[in-house]
Write a protein that binds this ligand. Sequence first.
Ligand code: 1GP
Length: 248
Amino acid sequence: MNVYEQILHNRAAGRKMIAVLLDPDKCPAAGVGAFCRRVSAAGPDFVFVGGSGGVQPVGGLVRELKARLSVPVVLFPGSAAQFSAHADALLFLTLISGRNPEMLIGQQVSAALAVRRSGIEVIPMGYMLVDGGRLSSVERVSGTRPIGRDALDEAVATAVAGELLGLRLLYLEAGSGALLTVPADMLRRVRQAVSVPLIAGGGIRTVEQMYSLLDAGADMVVVGNHLEERPDEMEAFCRAAHACGFAQ
Ligand code: 1GP
């Protein structure tokens, strides 16, 4: 099964997913080897590699992760520069909450031929930045405004537009290190409006926050900063995500 098939398979089986995000700009203090041992023990569904800085090359890191991990390594790039043919899949994302053509199609055109040549699995993904209570690096780097926390209709319309455009995943992002996660009621409304799998991330620091996003309809959560700071909690987060059982 490729990565997207795994996502669909888990979703059909009612199994919620968790991805641990590794930002190449701030590689784990304890080293990649220690990170991989944690991941192997904890069992997240995926390791995402990328960062909104988008300038740090990821090739060496991806190769190192692939040599040590059996869990799929998925690129979550901040720019066309963050590409490696050695990853298992590429989230080919377009920032549909924003109005910056460079983030909607420019970076994608820059990356397209190398991506096609590599033969890597490509998952077209709509990326929706939502106000997480402070200026996020995505907002700064992309020069776009996030969707307001109470702009539920705008969030729904954006998600539906993404689905109509053929995007196969939607990622609701509060921003790395956000003060507030994506609002659960927004996720719930988006869940009712689209049928593609939903990912939620940004600012998740507790199992309860993760649980509330999964309960609201996220199929997968992404946790970065918190597990970089508290790698000892990775196992508890993964166990809790996988123990979630919600009515579909
Ligand atoms: C950022 O959604 C991810 O793109 C993860 O955010 O680092 O705040 O968990 P955190």
